[in-house]
Design a protein around this ligand. Structure first.
Ligand code: ACO
Length: 322
């Protein structure tokens, strides 16, 4: 029997509104500066959704572009997985809302909640569905409106994040696309990055805003990104030097650079969009992947290592051949 793999057939993005620069944030009254944000994070701009733009509203155009690039229509898609921590509603899932927006019928649709690792979790899950024959054509989307859960009075966090969506169509193929993946979590670290609130009795119980111990997150992220990258290339039986492109979760340029340095990969082989997008959580990896495919840097046959780390704590990596 021919072995069945999954392969990325198309990608797409959606970024709401114009870029909001660091100086724009200062003009909006946030007690910060372009120099502070750029020096500590590498972030120069981000996009912010309007009040009416939901996670599914950003996901829809990203998904349509990915489907067009893959040459598939709504009738072909038999699995929709959405990674988000900022869903439209408590329920139904954003994946079900996206399925309806796209006119996709049948097949499974569900959300994955792994915060900034969400897209890597979702893509690894879709790969299993495709490889085991439970789906032939999966739509995997990371979409976030993180601006909704930011405390705009907390300058240490509100300057770091942005909104957006990135989508991938994953299809069954005899040639390998996804070569290996690894996912991990450590719930004992939940407190260093969280939104510790819940809806109950018609209101919010606890705190509805993102809280973060920045230095603890920094150290944790650099360590686990290194470990999981090595784990996944070892699983695939290749050397780290054979990776053409590293696309880490776009949290912060210093985390990206530290991760690449530890792996011995030169900065020229690292995908960076955090300067333009800020940290878009589950959308960051597919946004960067789409940008690099569209500008021609990632070409057929290139080996691309996606990796992410986020609240939970969760982390994971995927090695794929474009
Ligand atoms: N503008 C100006 N000054 C600021 C700002 C700001 N936006 N934010 C904080 N400061 C000030 C603080 O008040 C403090 O001032 P003080 O010394 O007078 O008390 C000073 O800057 C230093 O604050 P720290 O919080 O210690 O700053 P640090 O050097 O740790 O940098 C940062 C903060 C950039 C968040 C850093 O910890 C970091 O990169 N952490 C990684 C976390 C990250 O990227 N998280 C993203 C989400 S997690 C994820 O996606 C996995």
């Amino acid at each position: 029997m021919v072995q069945r793999f999954s392969r990325v057939a198309g990608t797409g993005s959606c970024l709401p509104g114009p870029p909001i620069t660091n100086d724009d944030l200062v003009a909006r009254g946030i007690d910060t500066s372009d120099a502070w944000i750029t020096e500590r994070t590498g972030i120069r701009a981000r996009h912010l959704a309007d009040a009416g733009q939901t996670a599914s509203a950003l996901a829809e155009p990203a998904a349509r572009v990915a489907m067009a690039a893959a040459g598939v229509g709504p009738d072909d898609v038999d699995l929709v997985i959405v990674a988000t921590s900022t869903p439209d509603f408590v329920f139904p899932s954003t994946a079900c809302l996206l399925q309806a927006r796209l006119g996709v019928r049948g097949g499974a649709a569900f959300d994955v909640q792994a915060v900034c690792s969400g897209f890597v979790y979702a893509l690894a899950t879709a790969d299993l569905f495709v490889r085991t024959g439970q789906a032939r054509c999966a739509l995997v989307v990371g979409t976030e409106v993180f601006s909704r859960i930011l405390d705009w009075k907390d300058r240490a966090t509100c300057v770091l994040f942005g909104d957006g969506a990135g989508a991938v169509v994953l299809v069954a193929d005899e040639r390998p696309g996804i070569l290996a993946s690894a996912l991990h979590a450590d719930g004992s670290q939940a407190g260093i990055l969280c939104v510790p609130g819940a809806i109950a009795g018609g209101g919010v119980i606890g705190d509805p805003f993102l809280r973060m111990d920045g230095q603890a997150v920094f150290k944790f992220a650099v360590r686990v990104l290194d470990e999981v990258a090595r784990e996944v290339v070892a699983k695939a039986g290749i050397d780290i030097a054979a990776v053409d492109w590293l696309i880490p979760h776009q949290a912060n340029l210093r985390i990206l650079n530290a991760a690449a340095r530890k792996l011995g990969l030169p900065a020229e082989r690292v995908g960076v969009t955090v300067d333009r997008h800020g940290n878009t959580s589950a959308a960051s990896v597919p946004l960067a992947l789409d940008a690099m495919i569209r500008d021609g840097r990632i070409r057929a046959g290139h080996r691309v290592l996606l990796e992410a780390v986020g609240g939970g704590f969760t982390w994971g990596a995927i090695l794929l051949e474009a």
